[in-house]
Write a protein that binds this ligand. Structure first.
Ligand SMILES: CC(C)(COP(=O)(O)OP(=O)(O)OC[C@H]1O[C@@H](n2cnc3c(N)ncnc32)[C@H](O)[C@@H]1OP(=O)(O)O)[C@@H](O)C(=O)NCCC(=O)NCCS
Length: 227
């Protein structure tokens, strides 16, 4: 169980560095998701059994504004959802409406971090917990970092952290703004429930906790940092 045991409520700092070297461990390299790298993304997510819930979710959850809309009704089984989410993700990539970082080890895709502007990842806007916070958005462009997937055989070696640093660099190159994330501060439910990363991972790259988001066996917080 991780228990970060602190809700800092600190104001967002103005340190614009990532607080760590931009260099990655030599064994890992990164690429942006694009039409060219789509087949690598597929290869990673088709590794059923070693990519957590990624095999059926395809990181579509945060793209969906509201599950109440008739067009967003979910198929009953995970296998059916896998087919639909796979297709929808492919369509978003084709249109340039899905962003993320793939991490490679010896040319093989082993990890993933999803990021994007608020409009591309609107799910959290329509949750009661988030709305209740009525967070000030400021005037800066709002970005989100929502999901991680790491091949089981490559976990606990810093792959997710490599992906996070690369995502921040990609956001900076796209003009930057305010970056928001919803990592886990406490869980006893295992690594599938840590798909949005951990508070410590984000603290290490300069994020501050703004407010608690969800409570229960898996607790999450809202964290932010400007870039
Ligand atoms: C959560 C996950 C992304 C972490 O990836 P990772 O590459 O192992 O993470 P890192 O090695 O970069 O570690 C990041 C931090 O998280 C911690 N961490 C990673 N896995 C952990 C676990 N199972 N329990 C507690 N802490 C953990 C690490 O200790 C590290 O903290 P530290 O910097 O203080 O040491 C990975 O376990 C995963 O892919 N889980 C499945 C997620 C999923 O289902 N995604 C699908 C969403 S649709």
């Amino acid at each position: 169980m991780i228990d970060i045991n602190r809700y800092g409520f600190s104001p967002v700092g103005d340190n614009r560095g990532f607080g760590m070297s931009a260099e990655f461990p030599a064994e890992y390299s990164t690429k942006e998701l694009s039409k060219r790298t789509w087949s690598d993304f597929e290869k990673l997510f088709l590794k059923q059994g070693v990519v957590g819930d990624g095999w059926w979710c395809w990181c579509m959850h945060h793209h969906v504004s509201s599950y109440s809309l008739p067009e967003n009704q979910q198929p009953r089984t995970r296998a059916e959802r896998a087919v639909r989410n796979h297709r929808q993700k492919a369509e978003l990539v084709e249109k340039g409406c899905a962003h993320g970082i793939l991490v490679y080890a010896k040319g093989e895709p082993v990890g993933w971090c999803q990021y994007g502007p608020r409009e591309e990842l609107p799910r959290v806007d329509n949750t009661q917990n988030y709305r209740r916070l009525a967070l000030e958005g400021g005037t800066e462009r709002l970005w989100r970092i929502t999901c991680f997937v790491v091949d089981k055989q490559h976990r606990r070696r810093g792959v997710a952290s490599v992906a996070l640093k690369a995502a921040l660099e990609a956001i900076r190159k796209k003009g930057g703004g305010l970056v928001e994330a919803y990592p886990v501060s406490k869980t006893d439910q295992g690594s599938n429930y840590m798909y949005c990363g951990t508070v410590k991972m984000f603290e290490k790259v300069g994020f501050k906790t703004i407010a608690p988001l969800s409570t229960g066996r898996t607790a999450t917080v809202v964290m932010r940092r400007p870039i």
